[in-house]
Design a binder for this molecule. Structure first.
Ligand code: SF4
Length: 345
């Protein structure tokens, strides 16, 4: 829900805002990179690109995007595909919950049609406020601003705002500025211009202000605070975990259970074994793997025949025997492959 902003934080909706939108859009039309998802206003293609671009760079996404669209050219193709195939095509991009949500949402879109407004889009799996606004403004010209890391950085700088953008009140301030700029004939261009400016000119470490269409109106450039904005979010405290996967093999098959306790790879098929959170790094371990703020120290155990027998008894209780060569179609996380490659002989 939107809060009322204190007067000092209310956006400038003067003609200056309209002039800034015009200057930015003109700059974008002359300088934009020809990215594959910019070739049309097809909502399906825009949606796929926006989901892939979360946490991944443009250059890294392009080959995955092209491969995915070749496999699933329409929302109907994606909706009808088996989840395993979708995960396989997503393999390499990480954060597999995004692919699962994409698949679920595609099934709903295929049934109900593609919604045109951000308010409707946010009702679907995996579509948060940013993605919903990006899709509705780029595909359907809805006049809503988008707020991702790039836009937070640009708006904090151009308005010289030291706001805590990770808190709702701080986001409201920036969202209101983003919305004010998007009140133009083509919010699709304006929002993509913001993304482009953040990616190519107003970059995190070395903004090239001389090339910026807003160099004469940028308040942080004038105040020389642009290198210190936006404020840095305090880091989430890292967690240390020890995982002791038990690798049970039967010919060329390996036993998997549906992740019961791990705070990462939730609900996914993983090797059975104990997991515990600890205060410090263990003295011995076979390998280390990081997922978001979790440092996972892995102590691999190759199960004995007796332990294997125990698992055989549990087969009816949700153990899946998976061909080693097909592991990535069941769980595409690189973590499982890493564990197998470190298996003691
Ligand atoms: S003038 Fe510099 S700091 Fe200001 S918005 Fe442009 S690139 Fe960013």
């Amino acid at each position: 829900m939107k809060r009322n902003l204190p007067k000092k934080d209310r956006p400038d909706t003067s003609p200056n805002t309209a002039a800034m939108s015009d200057a930015l859009t003109s700059w974008y039309l002359e300088n934009r990179r020809p990215l594959p998802w910019r070739a049309s206003q097809d909502p399906y293609r825009i949606w796929i690109s926006e989901i892939m671009l979360q946490q991944t760079t443009v250059q890294a996404v392009i080959p995955y995007y092209e491969r995915f669209l070749k496999a699933f050219p329409t929302v109907k193709d994606l909706a009808q595909a088996p989840l395993e195939k979708v995960l396989e095509m997503w393999s390499g991009l990480g954060y597999y919950s995004r692919a699962r949500n994409l698949h679920k949402a595609a099934q709903l879109f295929a049934e109900k049609g593609f919604p045109k407004t951000a308010a409707e889009l946010t009702e679907f799996p995996g579509l948060g406020p940013y993605t919903s606004r990006a899709v509705s403004s780029i595909a359907f010209e809805e006049k809503v601003g988008v707020l991702d890391g790039n836009v937070i950085r640009i708006l904090s700088r151009v308005h010289n705002l030291a706001v805590e953008h990770w808190k709702p009140a701080g986001r409201d301030v920036l969202q209101t500025h983003a919305d004010a700029l998007a009140q133009v004939d083509k919010p699709s261009d304006l929002n993509q211009a913001m993304m482009e400016l953040g990616a190519t000119v107003c970059t995190t470490h070395s903004p090239t202000c001389l090339l910026c269409p807003w160099k004469t109106s940028c308040k942080s450039l004038e105040a020389n605070t642009h290198q210190t904005l936006p404020l840095k979010k305090p880091r989430a405290e890292g967690e240390i975990w020890v995982w002791q996967p038990e690798i049970m093999m039967q010919k060329n098959r390996v036993a998997l259970v549906q992740n019961p306790d791990m705070p990462f790879l939730k609900g996914q098929w993983v090797f059975p074994g104990k997991i515990s959170r600890v205060k410090k790094k263990p003295e011995t371990f076979d390998l280390k793997h990081g997922i978001t703020h979790h440092d996972i120290y892995i102590q691999i155990k190759k199960a004995s025949a007796k332990e294997r027998q125990k698992l055989d008894v549990q087969t009816a209780k949700g153990v899946q025997w998976c061909e080693v060569g097909s592991l990535s179609s069941v769980n595409p996380s690189i973590l499982l492959k890493k564990v197998l490659s470190h298996l003691p002989s």
